[in-house]
Ligand binder design. Structure first.
Ligand code: UDP
Ligand code: MG
Length: 322
């Protein structure tokens, strides 16, 4: 029988683990789906990992790992994918904002031959105005850069084993899971879902962390910002040609003394754009630098007792035998 793995990244979610494990185990047993739950505690400062261990001790279908520090949700997802053994893998948040009721539907679509099942948000739940605005801006920028409509996409998706293997084989460190499943292609189906209210704890994303996420994903997925520098350069070149003609004409007519305002403005504007361009280029160099260093995406410090093999401290777990 086919095995379904569910990856659940968790950062300071001690209140959610036991409940989520119970809800998912109940639902999957009810639908007669053979499953495993893989919780990844992303360097949590609370009892998240001991909650995972407790759940794993009670239910052998649950396993998990703890990072040595906070590496971010992306790293959590990839560590989880690495630890899965299932024929299909679902990635979802462990705060149950991604409704588990959709899982049987995803599973059915997979059985019918879908290789990727994208969870698509029907609406964005009840969120604060600031969060809604920053998330809106984030998706607007992302969709532009990735050239795919990302506004409704989420990290809630099912991937076939071969898609998981493709993603795990990617050598890059700055990954963007959400867009990578689009990028990989494969036979894709979608499932609509309503974003649920968070039951316990609060959202881990602040405005700035979201903006940082946007910038880092934008640069890891697109070179458009770099081309923007060229475009700005061309615009300035045209503008300067016009100004040059004007200046020269004024000089010939002997009225060239005025124009300090223009000079000051030009210095400011050109200086500003130069710095901005350098910043953009610098960002890409930083990206290259990070990739070249080749540091691991994450470091695992602890695993639950039911995981054997050399996983601790390893970046890429050698495939763990069951
Ligand atoms: N998360 C994580 N590492 C982080 C931040 C968040 O693993 O650094 C997890 C978090 O525990 C949750 C999921 O990512 O399972 C989504 O986070 P959250 O619910 O805070 O985001 P939101 O639902 O508000 O977008
Ligand atoms: Mg959430």
């Amino acid at each position: 029988m086919a095995l379904l793995s569910i990856v659940l990244p968790a950062y300071n979610e001690e209140q959610n683990i036991a409940n989520t494990a119970k809800v998912l185990a109940g639902l999957l047993a009810e639908n007669e789906i053979e499953y495993e739950l893989v919780f990844i505690s992303d360097g949590s400062g609370d009892a998240t990992f001991s909650e995972i261990q407790k759940a794993a001790a009670e239910n052998p279908c649950i396993k998990g790992a703890e990072f040595s520090r906070n590496f971010g949700k992306e790293a959590g997802i990839f560590a989880g994918l690495e630890l899965t053994t299932g024929d299909a893998v679902i990635v979802m948040d462990c705060d149950l904002q991604h409704p588990p009721q959709v899982i049987p539907q995803m599973w059915r679509l997979w059985q019918e031959g879908a290789e990727v099942v994208e969870g698509v948000k029907q609406s964005r739940g009840r969120e604060s105005m600031a969060h809604r605005l920053s998330a809106g801006l984030f998706y607007r920028i992302m969709s532009r850069l990735v050239r795919m409509d990302m506004s409704a996409s989420s990290d809630f998706k099912l991937l076939d084993r071969k898609v998981v293997d493709v993603l795990l084989a990617l050598p890059e460190r700055n990954t963007f899971f959400r867009a990578l499943s689009f990028w990989a292609g494969f036979r894709t189906e979608t499932v609509r879902y309503e974003v649920q209210e968070r039951q316990f704890g609060e959202s881990k994303w602040s405005f700035w962390s979201l903006m940082k996420y946007a910038v880092s994903n934008a640069t890891s997925f697109s070179t458009l910002p770099l081309q923007l520098v060229t475009v700005i350069g061309i615009v300035f070149l045209l503008f300067s040609a016009v100004l040059a003609v004007q200046t020269f004409v004024k000089f010939l007519m002997g009225t060239a003394v005025e124009g300090f305002t223009t000079v000051i403005l030009l210095i400011l504007i050109v200086g500003g754009f130069l710095m901005l361009s350098l910043g953009i280029i610098g960002h890409y160099i930083a990206r290259i630098y990070e990739e070249v260093k080749g540091r691991p995406k994450y470091i695992i410090s602890h695993v639950t007792d039911n995981i054997r093999g050399e996983v601790v401290g390893a970046w890429k777990a050698r495939r763990v035998e069951k």
